[in-house]
Unconditional design. Sequence first.
Length: 404
Amino acid sequence: MIDASKVFSLQGQGLKLNTRADIEPHLKDVDPTRVEEIHLGGNTLGVEACEALAEFLLKAEALKIADLADIFTGRLISEIPAALTAICNALTNKTSLIELNLSDNAFGGRSVDPIVPFLTHNRSVQVLKLNNNGLGPAGGSVLANALIESARLSKAEGRQSSLRIMICGRNRLEDGSAPVWAEAFAAHGTLEEVRMPQNGIRMDGITALARGLAKCPNLRHIDLQDNTFTADGKTTGVEAWSDALGSWPLLHTLNLSDCVLSAEGEIPALLEAIVQGSNPKLHTLQLQNNNLETTAFELLAENIPKVLASLMRLELQWNEVEEDDEHIEAIGLTLKQRGGKLIATDEDEEEEVEKEEEEEEEEEEEDKEDKSVKEAAQRPAAGKAAADKAADDLADLLSKVNIK
């Protein structure tokens, strides 16, 4: 657990920090040289406040995590470029920085340029989170091109890319930017996790992404939920991903829910590749709402015990699941026997949500108990200190008394 003195957080306080005078009271008692994490989400920062923050960031020599998600709510689009420029310029040469999170900030394609120098020149960042920024194809292409240039410069310097995790979902990237992203992914072959859900990417873009990501042999987590792999009877997206699956021997989690993997209920070639052992370490497979029918479930039921030995979680809800489907029952039993979980119905999903809520409540109770124990442990010490002080005061008083 990180030392609290190394974390500066205003997370979720709903502060409106317009000027330097607004933010300085929050910064004045914090030693920037000790800060390793900064969390400012759930507040709104103006240009002057961001300039003051940038001065603080420049002094944060040990900064590892900069969580700046959701810091521009209610700001004019004309304010954001100057505010972003101040922050990103302060972080560009930060060699300690591991993670930058700029999610849930409505840049739009018009406000991405200030991020380009950071993406191009920072060599230390391993985790980039750019989720729900309204980039569009044009803005997405600008950022992907910056990553390509970064990889080129790293190679010229004899360095390997440090980038490990790229999250860029809900950005309307569409087919227009997908080939550039594919090139960026191929250039950063060190990637271990890529999440690009809900981007309106269709078959041509999906095909390009498969070819780019195939150059990343260390991928462990892929999330392409809610993009389109097939359309109008064409299956080129599914076929491209079937070919690419074998490139990821370490793959742990694959989320292809809501991706139209099967337009007519046929078994997707991608699923056939998986059951043939393309990814021996696959732990979590999410295939919700893909028009899968009982023939696909039969294929899974036959091969999960024999081939997918590492599979522990399978999500199949919102497919063509018939009541009392024997193959679904067989899959569920196999996963249960190995301590895993099948989610195939709304009831399964509700049960999962309830379980997660119960676990969260238990964690909150444990945190409260830990806090109570610490407070109780401190009370006797505080009481003893007060008693010792009282005794000292009394002794001091008596020493001043003269008895005649």
